[in-house]
Design a protein around this ligand. Structure first.
Ligand code: ZN
Length: 357
């Protein structure tokens, strides 16, 4: 295997060689798309990131046409910079729960209700150059990446919570993602949460009341996502934030947590998150709860942990891999991990079996 390039030996360490293959990991976010080539060790070899949101259109997620246009540029760019011949498969993470049987979105945002992922991928088949594609939910992808290479490496069971434009979540058991019978496992954003005491607290200037927020993406009025997503935080602080897109605006808040309105908005979101997580934490009793939140800041930990305190036993609440350590790439990395599992490792195993036969 070593002379053929499937493995590389360096001292006592055996690593994947170029013949093992690389994969393209793509993270479709609500407002941008990240594309990178990863090796089977999870190292990012080439990367590109494109903002797909248009100015003023902060409520609209990207359209299939806009995404296809971005991918038509970004995929060839990455494949040319990497060695195309080494790339074996594509993993794509989507900002929606996916059906484990059809692979189609379960709670699609508006523009995608009339477009199936299968037909979208069919439209993109030239740009995908015949590579096999594995689709995963973005929160599942992030937690998978944290289990393989990030903060959940030693956890036997972990809950992941992804706070971005909406709220996603995931459950990992022994390092593997449990998607559930229907694909809804970990959809914590749609847990009902009681806001009465939090809503009754006096508000600092510049912070809108929780009751002023629009409904959850599913239409419900009492769901966690309505009150604690990055979108909710930014909406409550309008017009305090200036950049385009909810995720960009929320990231901006990281440097402004000393402002009273920002501090209270984040603390209240963290508190409601902790309250909603009591039931899943009691049901699973995980080693770890991993918060991947925009903005990436400790204020989440304090508020969420305090609310969970009576129920969490030995469960630790931690932030996901920091943005400066590649945290923003975790969804793309997790999608790549899914593609490695499905299309790289089996080739290697097959090769070993053929040699020993
Ligand atoms: Zn909902």
């Amino acid at each position: 295997m070593v002379p053929e390039g499937w493995l590389i030996e360096s001292g006592d360490v055996v690593a994947f060689g170029p013949m093992a293959g690389e994969v393209l990991g793509i993270a479709v976010e609500r407002e941008r798309v990240r594309t990178a080539v990863f090796d089977p060790h999870g190292r990012r070899l080439v990367e590109t990131c494109t903002d797909v949101v248009s100015k003023g259109a902060t409520l609209k997620p990207m359209s299939p046409a806009a995404l296809q246009k971005a991918l038509s540029r970004d995929i060839p760019l990455c494949l040319e910079s990497a060695q195309r011949a080494h790339v074996r498969a594509v993993g794509i993470s989507w900002p929606t729960a996916l059906s484990p049987t059809t692979g189609e979105p379960l709670l699609a945002h508006l523009l995608w209700r009339r477009k199936s992922i299968a037909s979208f991928l069919d439209d993109c088949k030239d740009v995908l150059q015949g590579l096999p594609v594995v689709s995963v939910n973005d929160a599942n992808a992030e937690l998978l990446a944290e289990c393989r290479w990030g903060v959940a490496r030693t956890a036997r069971t972990a809950l992941g919570v992804k706070i971005c434009g909406g709220i996603g979540g995931a459950l990992a058991i022994q390092g593997e993602i449990h998607v559930g019978a229907s694909g809804y496992a970990g959809e914590f954003g749609h847990l009902a949460v009681d806001i009465a005491d939090v809503a009754a607290a006096p508000l600092p200037e510049g912070l809108q009341p929780l009751a002023s927020l629009p409904a959850c993406s599913c239409g419900a009025m009492d769901h966690l996502e309505r009150f604690a997503s990055a979108r909710a935080i930014v909406d409550r602080l309008e017009p305090l934030t200036s950049s385009v897109g909810y995720n960009n605006r929320a990231s901006e808040l990281r440097t402004r947590v000393e402002e009273e309105a920002v501090k209270v908005a984040l603390a209240q979101a963290g508190q409601l998150l902790g309250r909603a997580l009591v039931a899943p934490v009691l049901a699973v009793d995980p080693d770890l709860v991993v918060l991947s939140a925009i903005p990436h800041h400790d204020v989440w930990l304090g508020a969420t942990s305090a609310e969970l305190d009576h129920f969490r036993g030995r469960t630790r609440v931690v932030l996901g891999t920091a943005p400066e350590d590649g945290g923003v790439w975790m969804a793309a990395l997790g999608a790549a991990a899914a593609a490695i599992d499905e299309h790289v490792l089996p080739r290697l195993e097959e090769r070993v079996q053929r040699r020993s036969a």
